[in-house]
Design a protein around this ligand. Structure first.
Ligand SMILES: O=C(O)CCC(=O)C(=O)O
Ligand SMILES: [Fe+2]
Length: 324
């Protein structure tokens, strides 16, 4: 199958329906979202409840942070808990089944994860976040954005449960301590002489459950069309998020929902900023094929896996700082 543009799913009413666990009101949203996930693994969402103003403020912080001097950003260089600043060219996608990455990605980023107080660490990636001292509003704005996105992830998970034939609360237990990554990305313009395979983000699938991505107006994100070699532009829509299913989301659903390859090439000539938010299960949860996604004719394709173990394998393979 090939497609020209991603479907747009209207989530009006999600907050009330999800918070009250109202399956009947979640059903129409769940149907539209589930269709997109089965067919494309990608869609835009609109009327999702996050204000345009908050999105704009988060982008302003993204640009202001990356404008700070490199030495200052390096003071919060990414740590073993995967939190902090990742300099240009430090992530290369090794586990991609799509294409062997030959050059590091042309991007720098700031990674914020779910907060774990010092002394409360239980999992390999647990630990406190590293906040920059400048810009001074960063913690308040980005912390607020992170909280809002977590709530959206929670609500969408109730819709997703319904889409997968469960009660609205059917997946709640897996997300008691969700594993979250908020990544503030900066992509410089791709140089005019950039050769083949020089990407802002090389072709990959995401590891986790769902990704809720905000992008600026520059464009550059492309999504693979069906099983073909064509790429379609995820053209920016102001105020919308691009949502996609990650490998764990696909595995959980026995492959019924797709984890679709995507890539970024910033040909706009401008600095490009994006903020993906990865909303994943608690690390201590074992993910096995959902009962509603298997049958005698369609048995489970993947063995159960503890989410934390699966995640560490992917993270250790893809980030050079972990090998240092
Ligand atoms: O920057 C983007 O538009 C996409 C980023 C992405 O795919 C990722 O970080 O996994
Ligand atoms: Fe991605």
């Amino acid at each position: 199958m090939s497609l020209k543009s991603l479907p747009i799913v209207d989530l009006s009413g999600l907050a009330e329906a999800a918070d009250s666990g109202d399956a009947a009101r979640l059903t129409p949203l769940a149907q539209a979202f589930g269709d997109a996930c089965r067919t494309y693994g990608f869609c835009y969402i609109v009327n999702h409840g996050i204000s345009l103003e908050l999105m704009r403020q988060a982008f302003a912080m993204n640009a202001a942070f990356h404008d700070r001097p490199l030495e200052e950003k390096q003071q919060i260089a990414i740590n073993k808990a995967h939190r902090g600043y990742m300099a240009m060219a430090s992530s290369k996608i090794i586990t991609s089944s799509i294409e062997t990455a030959t050059k590091p990605n042309l991007s720098e980023s700031f990674m914020l994860m779910h907060e774990v107080a010092s002394g409360d660490e239980q999992e390999p990636l647990d630990g406190p976040n590293q906040w920059p001292a400048e810009p001074v509003e960063f913690l308040t704005v980005v912390g607020g954005y992170d909280t809002a996105l977590r709530q959206l992830g929670q609500r969408m998970t109730r819709m997703i449960a319904v889409a997968l034939g469960l009660a609205p609360e059917g997946l709640d237990d897996y997300f008691r301590r969700p594993t979250t990554f908020l990544r503030m990305l900066h992509y410089p313009p791709s140089p005019a002489d950039a050769g083949e395979k020089q990407y802002g983000s090389a072709p990959h699938t995401d590891y986790g459950f769902i990704t809720i991505l905000a992008q600026d107006q520059n464009g550059g994100l492309q999504v693979r069309s069906g099983n073909s070699e064509d790429w379609i532009d995820a053209t920016p829509i102001e105020g919308a998020f691009v949502v996609n299913i990650g490998d764990m989301g696909s595995r959980w659903t026995n492959g019924l929902w797709r984890s679709t390859p995507h890539r970024v090439i910033n040909r706009s000539g401008n600095e490009r900023y994006s903020i993906p938010y990865f909303y994943d299960p608690s690390c201590d949860k074992v993910i096995s094929c959902l009962d509603t996604c298997r049958s005698a004719e369609n048995p489970a394709q993947f063995p159960p896996v503890r989410y934390g173990e699966y995640l560490m394998e992917r993270i250790d393979a893809n980030y050079s700082y972990r090998k240092a």
